[in-house]
Every structure is written in structure tokens, then in C-alpha cells.
Design a protein around this ligand. Structure first.
Ligand SMILES: [Zn+2]
Ligand SMILES: [Zn+2]
Length: 382
């Protein structure tokens, strides 16, 4: 009896968090018509509790926006119109190949169930699927191919933690996360990579928390250029646990260095117009000739001029704020390091750590100091 009660209590604690996630797919499109073909297995089409059709591999399902309703057509025959249509898979590995007809898109494959609803005179397409299956798709979309398993394991923990932290980000759209980089890129159901699938599987349920057991901030970027950024320099706010440090793992990697030339007039005009830079002043003029960042700085030239490097990055579409600048003839030559905002984990550094044999928890511990790994079932929303 005691044992049953303990088991029930244990289950009770665990049901606080759903094992599935709702992801808005093709979320940047105003969808008028979509086509679904079964890639594997069987799908059942429902309107409320009524089964409209059973789809096998040869069947063609179409849904279109029709006067405020979803119009369902199977193999050329209209089945129904409704406010909300649900497609349910028979077995977990069954998947649909989905393609937009209007506007048109390439075909992509997705596992799990689907909800098609009306939103803003278009179809809202939601993929309702197992969290870990979703993560396989995310890790491939975010992390690319050809990396070591420990890199993917680190990425899987980051993406899982991110999903938990942003669970309500798209509440008003009827799903948890969208499929764009706005949240996390999720472009198809599962990778063809066994390495990625096993990375997700081997870290099943693991998330990062800080010392107060809050979900850890999961910022990452392509390459820090040898030093990560101070969050305050980038977003004007401090982020607990994350501060700048020297990263020795990314120095000789692909995106470690860049160069860009900008017409001198354009550069100085921006400084004068926007920040009233005193170009007539001889000391200021001299400073402008050669600017060096040995360490990452917040401001260009000197803080006294109040020109944030992040503004220059945005204005001139620079890869990073970590650059030196000197005037050569009629041009400003920028020699930069790194790619991205530089806060948190440096992807190319992490890839290199994995190549050198570091484990995923060592990689995460290096870029996210004080982080602790726990099972997401142990996490309690406060
Ligand atoms: Zn989003
Ligand atoms: Zn780095």
C-alpha cells in the first residue's frame, strides 16, 4: 500500500510538464492551401470527434482557407469544412510530407500530429509532437552536419533548455514555439544523421539550471573571435552568470577573422550626424585614424564619445563588434574577429572542444559557468 502511494506521489510530481510540444510550422507564411502526403504509416483526419478519412501512402490530403473555414479535400473529393481539423498519426514514427501550395514551398517531412486552424484569414499549421523528436530536427537545423557527438549533445541540452524557458512565447498564436530562428530553427521531422539522433537520445530530458535552479540563459553565437561578449555591452542589461572571458578554442577556426572596407565619408558622416563626433578637433581626428580593441570594448574610440560598437555593427551590417578600424586613403578598413553577438556559447569553439575529446558537460560548463544539469522532470516552474 505504502509503495502504491509513493509511486502515485512520484507520478504526481512528474506530470507537471508535458512530453509533447506544439510548434508552428511554415510560421512566417500566410497559408491559403497546403498538401499532405503520408511518408510512412497511416494518418487519421478528424473534425472535432468525427473521423473524416484514413490516409495511407497513396492518398493526397489538401486543406485550404475557404471563407473563414478549413476546407478538407482527400483525393480530389471534398470531405468537410470546419474551424479546426486534426491529423493524428497511427504510430510514433509515422510522418507526413507537407508542402504549401499557396504560397508555394518545398516539401518537408514531419512526425507527430497536426492541427489546422483559422487565424487571420489564413491557415495556422501546428505540429504537435514528442519533445525529443522535435529536438532531433532542431539540433540538425541549428548545429549543421558533420560534427562530433559531444557537440550535438551540448546543442541538444541548449535547445531543450531554450524550449522550456520559452514555453509560452507564442501563446497568442496557439503553439509553444515557431519554426524560425526567432525561436529555434526546426525545418523537418528528423535528421538523416544517426549521430544527431543519438545525441538527443543520450541526453534525454537533460536541461541546464543555475544555482538558484532557474533555467539557465542559453545564448549562443557562431564564433566569439577569441573573447566572449559582456551581455551588457550587447543588450544594455546584465544576464546572471554570463560574463566575458577569453576563449582559446575558436581562434584558428573558420569564422575567426573578417575584413570589411567602408568609404571614409560614409563612416564619418554617420559618426558626426548621429553622435556629433567632433571631427574638427585635432585629438579626436587623430584617434579616428587608428582604433584597436585588444579586449572587447563597449564603445568605439573612447567612451566619452558615446558611440556604442553595437550601433556600428547594426548600421554597417558587421559580423561582430570585435574589430579594429584604421583609415587607409579614402576608406575605413575594419579587421574583425568572430561572428555574432558573442554572448554565451561559441559554436565553433564548442565544435573544436568536441573534436579535442571534451565531453558535452565539460563544453557546457566552459561556456555556461555554474550551470548544473538536471532532468526536466525535476524542474519546477516557480
Ligand atoms: Zn518564434
Ligand atoms: Zn569562441
Amino acid at each position: 500500500m505504502t509503495r502504491i502511494i509513493i509511486t502515485l506521489l512520484f507520478l504526481g510530481l512528474n506530470v507537471g510538464f508535458s512530453q509533447t510540444i506544439r510548434v508552428g510550422i511554415f510560421s512566417d507564411k500566410s497559408i491559403k492551401e497546403v498538401e499532405g502526403i503520408v511518408g510512412k504509416g497511416t494518418y487519421f483526419v478528424f473534425k472535432d470527434t468525427v473521423q473524416l478519412a484514413k490516409l495511407g501512402p497513396a492518398d493526397v490530403f489538401k486543406a485550404s482557407y475557404s471563407g473563414g473555414m478549413v476546407r478538407v479535400v482527400v483525393n480530389g473529393v471534398e470531405k468537410a469544412k470546419g474551424k479546426s481539423i486534426r491529423l493524428i498519426q497511427d504510430k510514433q514514427e509515422d510522418y507526413l510530407q507537407i508542402r504549401l501550395i499557396q504560397p508555394s514551398s518545398k516539401q518537408r517531412s514531419y512526425e507527430g500530429d497536426f492541427d489546422i486552424e483559422i487565424r487571420k484569414e489564413a491557415l495556422n499549421l501546428v505540429n504537435d509532437l514528442d519533445m525529443e523528436t522535435y529536438l532531433e530536427g532542431v539540433v540538425e537545423s541549428e548545429g549543421g552536419t558533420g560534427q562530433k557527438i559531444n557537440y550535438y549533445k551540448a546543442q541538444a541540452v541548449i535547445s531543450r533548455t531554450y524550449a522550456m524557458k520559452n514555453w509560452k512565447k507564442h501563446k497568442q498564436n496557439g503553439y509553444n514555439l515557431c519554426d524560425r530562428v526567432h525561436c529555434q530553427a526546426y525545418l523537418h521531422h528528423r535528421s538523416s544523421s544517426i549521430t544527431i539522433d543519438s545525441a538527443v537520445h543520450q541526453t534525454r530530458g537533460l536541461i541546464m539550471v543555475d544555482q538558484s535552479r532557474e533555467l539557465y540563459p542559453t545564448f549562443f553565437h557562431a564564433n566569439c573571435g577569441g573573447q566572449t561578449s559582456e551581455p551588457q555591452y550587447i543588450w544594455n542589461e546584465e544576464i546572471p552568470n554570463l560574463c566575458s572571458f577569453k576563449d582559446t578554442f575558436c581562434i584558428r577556426t573558420q569564422q575567426a577573422k573578417w575584413e570589411k572596407r567602408i568609404p571614409k565619408d560614409q563612416w564619418t558622416k554617420y559618426l558626426v550626424d548621429k553622435y556629433h563626433f567632433p571631427i574638427q578637433d585635432s585629438v579626436s581626428f587623430l584617434l579616428l585614424q587608428h582604433f584597436v580593441q585588444e579586449q572587447r570594448a563597449a564603445f568605439y574610440l573612447h567612451p566619452v564619445y558615446g558611440i556604442p560598437l553595437r550601433d556600428l555593427r547594426e548600421q554597417f551590417k558587421l559580423k561582430s563588434t570585435f574589430f579594429d578600424a584604421k583609415i587607409v586613403g579614402e576608406e575605413v578598413v575594419l579587421s574583425g574577429r568572430g561572428f555574432g553577438h558573442g554572448v554565451g556559447l561559441c559554436q565553433e569553439g564548442a565544435m573544436n572542444m568536441a573534436k579535442k575529446g571534451y565531453t558535452f558537460d565539460q563544453i557546457l560548463g566552459y561556456y555556461y559557468p555554474q550551470m548544473k544539469l538536471i532532468d526536466r522532470k525535476e524542474f519546477i516552474y516557480k
